[in-house]
Design a binder for this molecule. Structure first.
Ligand code: SF4
Length: 384
């Protein structure tokens, strides 16, 4: 979909010249160029980069290995942006959800899921979503806009702030894994996602390895190979159906990139092998896609692809047209898939009590035009 018109219409707000430049979200080269404009030598880039992404500095004053006059100059010319927390909720199972506000007042959700052996941060890539997957709450929220690289990496910075995880050591960290499974289709905002992930991957900063980053797509086939080549992160695919007829209904994008094209792109995904499998996500919808025949068709469909299958018990949301499969059905389904040699863990719903589970995210942000129309409609009605 990403033609010029569409990309421009849903682009994040430009870094307007009137506002001081936010250093968060710049590439190293862009940062070096901005510092050079102030006459600062190249090694300063490494210093500032470390303060931003290894130590989580939120003020230039904190950068104590820079001389005070340099700190003042930086503070006069730049800012260190942070998303604003509108609401923090902590689930009974330890899952945390943050409702975050951007500078232009849009809202997104970010979720931290702690487990014994890992801590996963689920981040968003769009406000609302380009797509309308029927089982997903975000899919009912029209796309407002793409997130900028600063807003995508900003979710990691904010989560570290909240979890007290600075400086970013590689030992005993709480955020061990990052998944792009929040609001939005990341491959429909590829440029900003790629820039943000390059910052996250940088070993002198946030330093999360590409083996611990998973990008989830609903099947934007033309972008998958590029993502694998350029970023080399793990891939997860929202599959959820084994026939085009059903997948067309559940994920309308399938009409554009049907199963054949999608699975071919998976077979060709750069770096995929038995040690680096693609994760296929399969939401368990009662009497929709959970039969024994579906399970058998699923293992046939994936034959030859190094794969693991995440079975996701459907997480209800207000007005959802589906029910979760019964536990008995899910176990029978998993047994068939396991027996065929695929690891198919059943994902334990996390954070359900705070609407933080898979497919439950949604914010109140609406596209401006729609909101304005509504506002004017009400005022005229009131005036009448
Ligand atoms: S599943 Fe993903 S791509 Fe589909 S509507 Fe939800 S957020 Fe968008």
């Amino acid at each position: 979909m990403g033609g010029g018109g569409h990309a421009a219409a849903f682009a994040p707000p430009a870094r307007s010249s009137s506002n001081v430049t936010d250093l968060v979200g710049l590439t190293r080269d862009q940062l070096a160029a901005r510092l050079a404009e102030l006459g600062l030598e190249g090694f300063r880039t490494g210093q500032v980069w470390q303060w931003l992404y290894h130590r989580g500095a939120t003020s230039f004053d904190a950068m104590t290995n820079l001389a005070k006059p340099v700190r003042r100059m930086l503070a006069d010319c730049f800012q260190i942006g942070r998303l604003t927390v509108s609401r923090e909720q902590i689930s009974a199972d330890g899952t945390r959800k943050w409702l975050l506000r951007t500078d232009d007042g849009q809202e997104i959700e970010t979720v931290f899921i702690p487990d014994e052996d890992r801590g996963t941060l689920c981040i968003s890539s769009q406000v609302g979503c380009t797509l309308t997957c029927r089982f997903c709450h975000t899919g009912t929220q029209k796309l407002v806009r793409n997130l900028s690289a600063a807003e995508i990496v900003g979710q990691v910075l904010l989560a570290r702030d909240r979890l007290g995880e600075w400086p970013a050591s590689t030992q005993n960290r709480r955020i061990t894994n990052i998944v792009l499974m929040g609001m939005g289709e990341p491959l429909y905002n590829y440029d900003n996602v790629a820039l943000a992930l390059r910052i996250v991957l940088d070993a002198e900063g946030i330093a999360v390895s590409r083996r611990r980053i998973t990008l989830s797509t609903s099947g934007v086939v033309p972008m998958m190979a590029q993502c694998g080549e350029e970023l080399g992160v793990n891939l997860a695919v929202s599959l959820h159906a084994v026939t085009d007829d059903l997948r067309n209904q559940l994920i309308p994008l399938n009409r554009k990139y049907p199963l054949d094209a999608l699975l071919t792109a998976c077979r060709l995904y750069p770096g995929v092998n038995n040690a680096r499998r693609i994760t296929f996500e399969y939401v368990m919808l009662r009497d929709v896609n959970d039969s024994v025949a579906d399970a058998r068709a699923l293992v046939t469909l994936l034959r030859g692809i190094p794969a693991k299958i995440n079975l996701i018990p459907f997480n209800p949301w207000p007005g959802a047209p589906f029910e979760r499969s019964t536990d008995r059905t899910i176990v029978k389904f998993a047994d068939i898939v396991n027996a065929a040699g695929y690891a198919s863990p059943v994902r334990t719903p996390r954070g359900e009590d705070i609407m933080a589970a898979c497919g439950q995210l949604k914010s109140a942000s609406l596209r401006v035009r729609h909101a304005l129309k509504e506002a004017t409609a009400t005022t005229t009605a009131d005036a009448a």
